[in-house]
Design a protein around this ligand. Structure first.
Ligand SMILES: [Zn+2]
Length: 174
């Protein structure tokens, strides 16, 4: 299948009826919220999407998205490559299908006033969720020496009252 530009918005109910599939890309430059978390322009995201109806008759969008990005290590401040990947199933909430009737692995979503969903936003949400909570290198690859950092942390503890040696020093002075 030839790679296509994934459309921005589609009617997921109609698309499910037609069993449409897309193997394509979402332009990285349109993902403004994700870009804020990165230090280099986001590459185009590889996306596959298929619209169909499950055994229960629920219209759904199944797909996956993957992109490699450059973020900033929170420990050493150097750039690091991250592969963000996500697999998902979304199902629109409509008069015929309530969120409560859907299997747990489906993520229900509301349609806009046109009865459409923004696929680029959906992919962006998935990639943001795929970002690690703390971006940092493996210890072996990081420029900051973890051993040195642990000592630094001890020095940063200013609470003298918790320090038994401080009490000893007080005693010696008396
Ligand atoms: Zn690092």
């Amino acid at each position: 299948m030839q790679k296509v530009r994934v459309p921005i918005t589609v009617d997921p109910v109609k698309s499910a009826g037609k069993q449409l599939t897309y193997l394509g890309t979402v332009p990285g430059k349109s993902l403004v919220r994700l870009q804020e978390m990165l230090i280099e322009p986001c590459a185009d995201v590889d996306v596959s999407l298929s619209f169909d109806t499950d055994e229960q008759g629920i219209k759904r969008i199944s797909g996956n998205a993957q992109v490699t990005v450059q973020a900033c290590c929170e420990r050493c401040g150097e750039s690091m490559g991250l592969t963000l990947a996500s697999t998902f199933i979304y199902a629109p909430v409509t008069r015929r299908q309530a969120a409560t009737d859907m299997p747990d692995e489906y993520e229900p979503f509301e349609l806009d006033e046109m009865g459409e969903v923004n696929l680029h936003t959906l992919v962006e949400d998935e990639l943001i969720l795929a970002m690690p909570v703390v971006v940092k290198h493996d210890e072996r690859e990081c420029r900051v020496d973890t051993h040195a950092m642990q000592w630094g942390n001890v020095d940063d503890t200013p609470d003298v009252s918790d320090n038994p040696f401080a009490v000893l020093q007080e005693l010696k002075r008396k």
